[in-house]
Write a protein that binds this ligand. Structure first.
Ligand SMILES: NC(=O)c1ccc[n+]([C@@H]2O[C@H](COP(=O)([O-])OP(=O)(O)OC[C@H]3O[C@@H](n4cnc5c(N)ncnc54)[C@H](O)[C@@H]3O)[C@@H](O)[C@H]2O)c1
Length: 474
């Protein structure tokens, strides 16, 4: 494949420079994470060093299968999981591997680098990507291929496609924090270039190398915003001046991150029409929970759990706050309502999407959430369940760092995945109890200074001060 050159190379250079936030010590381009940088250095002419980056989990065929996960309905379907070292991606990789899919993780490990840049850390001590896949091989007897590199690097991505030959690509591999994208101009530019250009490369990889490959792409319910009408699943039928058409549902995203997903959706819609690609866009709600059957099979398989103000999501944050005696931080009036789902349903939804592929030329949209809750609802549930465990849980309303409606109509449709067989794990008392117990187990690792909001939408660029690092104002 031709090396990247011309305008694209310039864009990629700008992109690498754009991610360098703050002080000299932190001025590390995202793609200079050790493994990702190594991938770039070896990507160009020689094929041989690239093999060094592919780590096969030690597939010991006599290893016992993980209890209760040995269904073989994957039938060897080859699934490339881009972003497979992240929160949703890791759980999905193991879920599919346990069920007989042939899995390849593609990740540049940049999520780990964001933590290094900002001085953040996951609640749970996670093993390195390489150790994780090796351990999975020992525990399950299943092989996971790990390819470390950046999907914005066409040379790397096209080689990964050519060598693995996926039947389906699940694309989680984006910068996924709204506050991160709102830190300053550099982080906004990085987020949109990483996400939008990465996805365009994936679309070209499918078109040019494997046009039958089904793309399952993670979008977000946040693309829709909070319109004063029901939210449909991707499309809405409108009659205007006597004529009727079914059109993409209007998007009103609330951050440069959410907007990157809107741009992805438009690009995918175009690629499905122009090149007859089969595409599923999963508008996912806010994910909570951390335990899946496979990630709990060994300490080295444990998933990441973000509770800080930049990467932590609502319920996961409240649970940690309750566990350490920090008041629950409700932003503004707390009437913000969103779709939520358990991480055990994320992995099932992905499996359902793979097993029921979109048609060629179809850009199918599923709203991937199971329940709608307001922030105040979540605070009430955590308070009630916390008190049953002897925790004295208080709530404070703090000025909302985001620009969003705090009281609004919200009714989003979510029937398509359930029509295909999703049986949701709903947010019952037992789930919250078990989340609280999990957070209590790891509470000594909590750094309370990471909890309070660090990024204000109205004040960008902002100084992000964390325990050990800062992104300084330009
Ligand atoms: N977590 C949620 O609540 C949630 C909600 C809605 C949608 N989503 C979407 O689901 C996807 C996964 O979310 P997550 O919480 O697992 O995020 P995450 O940050 O934990 O994982 C993303 C992974 O992608 C990798 N990545 C990023 N850019 C890459 C690149 N250019 N090349 C290769 N790898 C790259 C990162 O290193 C990371 O491992 C994201 O696209 C996100 O927008 C997540």
């Amino acid at each position: 494949m031709a090396a990247v050159c011309g305008p694209q190379a310039r864009l990629m250079e700008q992109r690498a420079a754009a991610v360098a936030p703050g002080s000299a010590a932190l001025r590390v381009p995202a793609r200079a994470a050790p493994a990702a940088a190594a991938a770039r250095q070896v990507a160009a002419p020689a094929a041989a060093p690239r093999r060094a980056l592919r780590v096969a989990a030690a597939a010991t065929t006599d290893a016992p299968p993980v209890q209760g996960t040995a269904h073989n309905n994957g039938g060897g379907t080859r699934v490339m999981i881009i972003g497979g070292d992240g929160y949703c991606g890791w759980a999905t990789a193991l879920h599919l591997s346990a069920r007989g899919y042939a899995v390849c993780i593609v990740d540049n490990l940049v999520r780990r680098n964001y933590d290094l840049q900002l001085g953040l850390d996951t609640l749970t001590p996670i093993a390195s990507a390489h150790d994780r896949v090796r351990k999975w091989g020992e525990v399950s007897g299943k092989h996971i291929d790990l390819q470390v590199g950046d999907i914005c690097d066409w040379e790397f991505l096209s080689q990964a496609f050519t060598s693995f030959k996926p039947d389906a690509v699940v694309h989680f591999g984006e910068q996924r924090s709204a506050p991160y994208s709102m830190i300053d101009r550099q982080h906004a530019v990085y987020t949109q270039s990483n996400n939008v250009l990465g996805t365009i490369n994936v679309l070209y990889a499918i078109k040019e190398l494997n046009p039958d490959c089904h793309l399952v792409k993670l979008g977000t319910m946040g693309e829709y915003g909070t319109p004063n009408i029901d939210i449909e699943e991707g499309y809405i039928t409108i009659t205007h001046n006597g004529r009727t058409d079914t059109l993409p549902y209007p998007k009103q995203a609330g951050s440069f991150y959410h907007l990157s997903k809107v741009h992805d959706s438009h690009n995918m819609h175009f690629a499905a029409r122009a090149w007859k690609l089969p595409i599923t866009d999963l508008n996912q709600g806010v994910v909570y929970g951390v335990r899946t059957e496979e990630t709990m099979a060994d300490k080295a398989l444990i998933n990441r759990y973000d509770y800080d103000a930049i990467f932590g999501t609502a319920l996961n944050r409240f649970v940690v706050q309750a566990a350490v005696g920090h008041p629950l931080t409700v932003y503004g009036k707390g009437g913000q309502t969103r779709g939520f789902l358990d991480i055990r349903d994320t992995v099932r939804c992905i499996q359902i999407a793979i097993d029921n592929p979109a048609n060629k030329g179809e850009m199918r949209v599923f709203n991937q959430f199971t329940e709608m809750w307001s922030v105040n609802d979540l605070a009430r549930i955590v308070t009630t369940e916390g008190s049953k465990l002897g925790l004295n849980v208080k709530t404070i309303n703090i000025p909302n760092p985001r620009v969003e409606a705090e009281e609004h109509y919200y009714n989003a449709k979510n029937t398509k995945l359930q029509d295909l067989g999703l049986v949701p794990n709903l947010l019952g008392d037992a789930i919250v109890d078990s989340l609280l117990e999990f957070a209590i187990e790891y509470k000594d690792r909590v750094r309370p200074e990471l909890i309070k909001p660090a990024v204000d939408w109205r004040k960008s660029p902002v100084t992000v001060a964390t325990g050990t690092a800062a992104v300084v104002k330009q």
